[in-house]
Design a protein around this ligand. Structure first.
Ligand SMILES: C[S@@+](CC[C@H](N)C(=O)[O-])C[C@H]1O[C@@H](n2cnc3c(N)ncnc32)[C@H](O)[C@@H]1O
Length: 332
């Protein structure tokens, strides 16, 4: 697979320039050119994965620039450390294990505050989906696991087999926005115990007729994954802490893949809260820590979606940290 050293992939606009068998990062050209504003600055990729975006950021930075990567998945860390071994030796890259919900503490421990930019490329990597034993895919048979961090206690099997029908339904509704949450939760409870992803997929297929069944399968698996990994809480915590670690004038880039993530990113980057309520100072000016640049999401080109279908649902939002005097700015 291509990488930045491949002469055939030398254009930074090539959507597969940073792709490997592990993962093909989306919108890498926009991420590197919009996030990096200081060539010698310090950047954090809080969703390191296979290190594709980190590689792109390092390529954009000058020799003094540094990237610190975070991931909760040891497989991702090992892959990225291997891929970026030369940059580690040069002192431009390091990787730490942890969850981005602990962003500030992780950076404090590395003496890496303030930073010039923060990247959150949410969700799971292609590798996590592709390895059947991790249990993320409804197309493969595997255990009901879905943990990004194998040290974690809660697995999908606990939610599927042990949680009450009421709680299971709430997960499917809240994290999958699944219309048939009630009937799917009931069918799961009736079919217990379920051992594998295939068992779960069969139960879902038994209550949802074609052609809706694939969308429901995707939503139910998404909902369980979000619950197992507390993904939305992690995102909210990282966004709140971003304000304390990114210097004024620095930037944040958030790539989301579904509306539950994008809504949170949009509201926080626009208004500084998750309710989406503009707060104003005494003079009627909007008080918010971030200013979206540009206002609104950036989406992948048709060429990128064709080369990497995962890019279809990606929404990139970029924002600049206001300084304290700017906190109360008139609404645009
Ligand atoms: C979409 S992939 C990122 C791929 C990466 N941009 C690349 O170029 O390879 C998301 C990664 O973030 C990690 N991740 C998701 N939630 C996390 C969290 N709360 N804390 C730390 N890592 C997380 C996953 O383990 C996965 O490796």
């Amino acid at each position: 697979m291509p990488d930045s050293n491949d002469p055939d992939r030398s254009s930074s606009r090539d959507p597969l320039r940073y792709a490997t068998d592990f993962h093909a990062p989306v919108l890498s050209h926009d991420v590197r050119t919009r996030l990096v504003t200081a060539a010698g600055g310090r950047y954090v990729d809080a969703t390191l994965g296979g290190g594709g975006h980190a590689r792109a950021l390092l390529d954009e930075l000058g020799p003094e620039g540094q990237v610190l990567g975070i991931d909760r998945d040891p497989e991702a860390l090992a892959t990225a450390r291997d891929r970026l071994a030369d940059e580690r030796e040069a002192g431009r890259f390091r990787a730490v294990r942890g969850t981005f919900g602990d962003l500030r503490a992780l950076l404090e421990a590395e003496d890496f505050i303030p930073i010039d930019g923060l990247l959150l490329d949410l969700g799971v990597s292609s590798e996590q989906i592709d390895v059947a034993e991790r249990g993320f895919s409804f197309q493969e048979e595997g255990p009901l696991d879905m943990r990004m961090d194998p040290r974690q206690g809660l697995r999908a099997q606990h939610i599927v087999n042990d949680w009450s029908e009421h709680d299971l339904r709430a997960v499917l509704q809240d994290f999958g926005e699944e219309r048939r949450a009630g009937s799917v939760a009931h069918a799961i409870v009736e079919a217990r115990p379920l051992d594998t992803t295939r068992d779960l997929a069969e139960v879902i297929r038994s209550v949802v007729p074609p052609p809706d069944e694939v969308k429901t399968l995707a939503r139910v698996f998404q909902a369980l994954r979000i619950a197992v990994n507390a993904e939305l809480r992690q995102l909210e915590e990282a966004l709140e802490q971003s304000v304390e670690v990114v210097r004024p004038g620095g930037r944040i880039a958030v790539i989301s893949y579904h509306s539950l993530e994008d809504r949170r990113a949009k509201r926080f980057l626009r208004y500084g809260n998750f309710e989406g309520e503009p707060r104003r100072d005494l003079y009627g000016n909007l008080v918010a820590p971030w200013r979206e640049v540009p206002r609104g999401p950036i989406e992948a080109s048709e060429a990128e979606v064709e080369a990497n279908p995962r890019a279809r649902s990606a929404r990139l939002r970029v924002a600049e940290r206001r300084n304290d005097e700017e906190m109360g700015q008139p609404m645009p």
